[in-house]
Design a protein around this ligand. Structure first.
Ligand code: FES
Length: 219
């Protein structure tokens, strides 16, 4: 099957620089003005964030081609744009100098999709705090709550699997988190269910710190 690299925007001669990489990876390079390849053929979509409506395009391609590697290219530093692109589910957000290197590394790394990053909050906001340190209502995995326990961050889904209550509004006593809905209990460090009526654990998500931001790792 034909596999394509769709490039939307040509700031700074992007197309000229991408063409050798596409050839090296056996991808057909398609650009604005070309007949767009069917989403099922797309291996990579690169969107230049300098384009008008670039963020809308990213959101649209994320939906249309969920398996493609979605890349946002930033010609000049802009943290707001960078984070917006990450929140839309980009696999890579990169600036001019790093684009080819990072994309080559990403595509040479095998077929297993890597996890995506979603920025949650600044690490400085939670430094030195314990217990519930942050709620984030909108993420790709739904509402989450982040707790600091034993020197590490524990990120748990914030919707009770029993009746949908906001679990982080319940009582936290040491590692014991009690749902305000009907009293289910969970281990805040692991999400493990300790007492019903909920019949399963809270999902726990991995987080990591990058450049001073706490980021959710998700697929
Ligand atoms: S909603 Fe949490 S125990 Fe019922």
């Amino acid at each position: 099957m034909t596999r394509s690299l769709l490039l939307l925007g040509d700031a700074g001669g992007l197309a000229r620089r991408m063409a050798p990489l596409a050839g090296e990876l056996g991808l057909v390079l398609a650009q604005d003005g070309d007949h767009p390849p069917p989403p099922s053929e797309l291996a990579v979509v690169v969107v230049d964030l300098a384009r008008p409506r670039a963020l809308e395009e990213l959101a649209s391609w994320r939906q249309q081609a969920p398996e493609a590697v979605l890349v946002a290219h930033l010609a000049a530093p802009d943290r707001t744009l960078w984070e917006s692109a990450e929140r839309l589910g980009c696999d890579l957000v990169t600036n001019r100098g790093a684009l080819l290197v990072r994309l080559r590394a990403r595509l040479s790394g095998g077929t297993a999709p890597s996890r995506r990053l979603f920025p949650l909050f600044d690490a400085s906001e939670v430094a030195g705090r314990l217990g519930l340190v942050q709620r984030v209502a909108t993420t790709p995995v739904g509402p989450v709550a982040v707790y600091q326990v034993g020197g590490t961050l524990s990120c748990l889904e914030d919707v009770c699997p029993h009746g949908g209550a906001t679990v982080s509004e319940g009582e936290l006593d040491g590692l014991l988190l009690t749902c305000p809905g009907h009293g289910s209990r969970f281990d805040v460090a692991t999400g493990e269910r300790l007492r019903g009526p909920a019949d399963c654990a809270l999902r726990r998500f991995e987080v990591t710190e990058r450049e001073g931001r706490i980021q959710l790792l998700w697929r």
